[in-house]
Design a protein around this ligand. Structure first.
Ligand code: CP3
Length: 337
């Protein structure tokens, strides 16, 4: 079986080799090669140049035996298509300007989007020529994007977002609906260009109650995931897995607060992805081996399991820790099952 079909076969529930592995934020600041590039380019420079996108996407693939590449970009880039200004500040992170007029919300124009993001098409074409493993495209989910817009950036308690949802439920739902169109456009654009699978990041969904998830989130996620032409993974922090399965993603990706054994018994056949705590990779070799084996043993010989972290790899991760992680996974599966 070729490496390429390894990740995709787990998404079909038919994997017979070791669980495929990739890591959220695998092309990021923990890599010395990435930090060297960042001395010469801003983060957004890297995101807007086809050659640099290609180069950065390939950095972790050149260094480690990973089973999938993730296209280098950011969940905020598509906001450009709605004329919502944003930038990244060193040591602070994203800063987003909420310039929305809720009586006249912007709409997404597919042809304009394709033109505006044609550099991504070029990068995806170049990557498909270069890669022997599948390429994953991605987008932020409508709620996570709405939270960045309404908070103006990262947040601890998400008061602005929640108060807006409580006080203006119709406007909040209308914003999520516009963002659902944007997210779908983002994914279809990457799929047309050639990505093999996509992942939607609803990172901040752990901020909402089950009632709010059912009321506000399920309808828009259903719109985003409806009949996408490639396998589509839904990542969310928190414990809304049962509700999110109603969206019918190909796979669910969960954080480390979820017991994988229990999740598997709840969903006997659904492809699952996750969920090592990224902080484990900051600890010593002994703990990395122990925790990785513990996770592998929770889903033994599972044909529908993809190994990943429960959230993005942390910038302070020693690059050698990823070698320890990958060696441990591979040593649990010495041969084809
Ligand atoms: O996974 C990958 O390697 C692909 C690239 C990728 C990035 N961001 C690159 C990035 C992906 C998939 C993302 C997703 C993303 N971006 C999410 C969802 C997943 C998650 O981590 O929650 C979110 C919420 C964002 C928004 C964002 N972008 C934040 C909050 C930050 C700052 C975070 C920090 O640690 O400073 C970014 C910047 C960012 N996105 C970096 C990278 C490599 C660091 C930029 C730098 O070089 O300084």
């Amino acid at each position: 079986m070729s490496l390429k079909s390894h990740f995709l076969s787990a998404l079909e529930g038919t994997n017979r080799l070791h669980p495929p592995v990739w890591l959220m934020r695998q092309a990021g600041r923990y890599l010395p090669e990435y930090r060297t590039l960042r001395e010469r380019h801003t983060f957004l420079d890297l995101c807007y140049d086809a050659e640099l996108i290609t180069k950065v996407t390939l950095l972790p693939i050149r260094r480690y035996p990973l089973d999938a590449a993730i296209f280098f970009a950011d969940i905020l880039l598509p906001l450009k298509a709605l004329n919502i200004p944003f930038h990244f500040e060193e040591k602070i992170g994203p800063v987003v300007e909420n310039n929305l007029d809720f009586d006249h919300l912007p709409t997404v124009d597919a042809a304009h989007y394709k033109h505006q993001f044609s550099f991504q098409t070029q990068a995806i074409h170049a990557l498909k020529k270069e890669l022997k493993v599948p390429l994953i495209g991605f987008a932020g989910a409508p709620f996570t994007l709405a939270a960045y817009i309404l908070e103006g950036g990262s947040s601890h308690h998400f008061e602005k977002t929640k108060l807006f949802a409580y006080n203006h439920p119709k406007k909040f739902a209308a914003l999520l609906d516009v963002l659902a169109d944007l997210v779908r456009q983002t994914l279809l654009h990457q799929i047309d260009a050639g990505v093999d699978a996509v992942q939607v990041f609803d990172t901040h969904l752990n901020q909402l109650s089950p009632f709010e998830v059912r009321h506000f989130i399920l309808p828009v996620l259903k719109k985003v995931f409806h009949k996408l032409p490639v396998p589509a993974i839904l990542f969310a922090k928190g414990s809304h897995a049962a509700l999110l399965s109603e969206v019918k993603p190909t796979a669910l990706s969960v954080d480390w607060t979820i017991d994988m054994r229990r999740l598997r018994s709840e969903f006997p056949t659904m492809p699952l992805q996750g969920n090592l705590d990224p902080v484990v990779l900051l600890s010593g070799k002994e703990n990395i081996v122990k925790q990785t084996k513990h996770l592998i043993e929770a889903l033994p010989n599972d044909p529908a399991y993809i190994f990943n972290l429960g959230h993005g790899i942390l910038p302070g991760t020693p690059p050698e820790s990823v070698d320890v992680l990958l060696d441990t996974i591979h040593s649990c599966y010495p041969a084809a099952l």
